[in-house]
Design a protein around this ligand. Sequence first.
Ligand SMILES: [Zn+2]
Length: 455
Amino acid sequence: MVRSYREIPFNLYQIQTKFRDEVRPRFGLMRGREFIMKDAYSFHADAEDCRREYENMFATYKRIFNRCGLNFRPVEADTGAIGGSLSHEFQVLADSGEDALMSCNRCGYAANAMKAEVRSQRLSGRNLKESSPALKKVATPGKKSVAEVAEFLSLPPDKFIKTMIYKADQSGLVAVLARGDHEINELKLKSVLDCQEAVLADEAEVGKATRLTPGFLGPIGLKLRVVADRAIQGIRGAVAGANEANYHYVEVDQERDFTPSAFADLRMAAAGDPCPRCDDGSLESYRGIEVGQVFYLGKKYSEAMGATYLDAEGRERPLEMGCYGIGITRLVAAAIEQNHDANGIIWPFAIAPFHVLLLPVHYGEKPIREVADGLYDELLKNGIEVLLDNRDERPGVKFKDADLIGIPLRVTVGAKGLERGCVETRLRRDGKTQEIPLAKAAVKIQSLVTEALRV
Ligand SMILES: [Zn+2]
């Protein structure tokens, strides 16, 4: 329906149930097959205006998650299947989180571990003009893994060149080199190989291509395309498989002995790595629960789907797009993960199912019931969300349940308080109680709630 530049920019959003055929549904609300999402899309005439809206959404999301009482970090994210050139995830910090995050202890750099960059480091400690000792083949009978060979040769894992054979969708089998103490990041590998899928080849496939068994593979004399992590560049005095069962090479010198077709950042960043953005920071690792993500999509979808507008000169142009999501269901789970104690949930006010739990100690007693019902009506009338516990249960049970469900403000109506003309308020978070005169109770409770909501 949008045709003219006069009709943009605009946003479309929906809050809707979604379904996903999760392989491993788990963690209650965290990864269910059905969940509620907020999705928004924005449409713009040019990249500059789209970037402005991206920043606007980014700042808005920060305010939303702050008001939800969450301890979170925006981190640089991979754009994954959705694509586009820029994306941030909003990660709630929690030990139970599914995502690994890296963040600098000095500057603001933070990224999903799958996205975290590794800064290329200059090799130090050896004069590169000095020539290496000659390459030597040594017997390593039955020792295949880095750990086994390292122990057998009494050398540290960072002296090893691991050779892994990957199957990439277009380019066939590729040998991928990494230092023995490093892990390959398959997202980075896929982007370097420019393929959709890159999986480790199985023993039979490796055997067919190289006539060798994994474990004794190495880059020297290997008849396959070889790509290497940057940490391999210029490595000397290294150990690598000799492409012969039960043998490894020692004193491998990369510049002298083999030349990969490319060096690239291929490994997972690790805690303690130097920060890729600042000079003296190092990376620390965290776990997080992703509760939202923003994407700058550019023209990826508009060009593919022919979504265009007419500019001021009447020329047809593709729309610039951004996309912004919040996982509402899992946000609730994440909030509970960060806001609870041994007795139960401590709801942040902004997302609590009710602001106030009204707890008449003995609802069956007429004076208590009358006060509780009166207060209930008055609070409702003033727009306070209030839940009345009118069950005929022992007080101990009602107090325990109140803590368990965690409504942030409890108001207790009991016989003793009423003798003094008072009810008691208690904040779930810190247990702070206050006696307030019945006559002023509604006003006082309302101001407590209003105050708490003003974050
Ligand atoms: Zn830094």
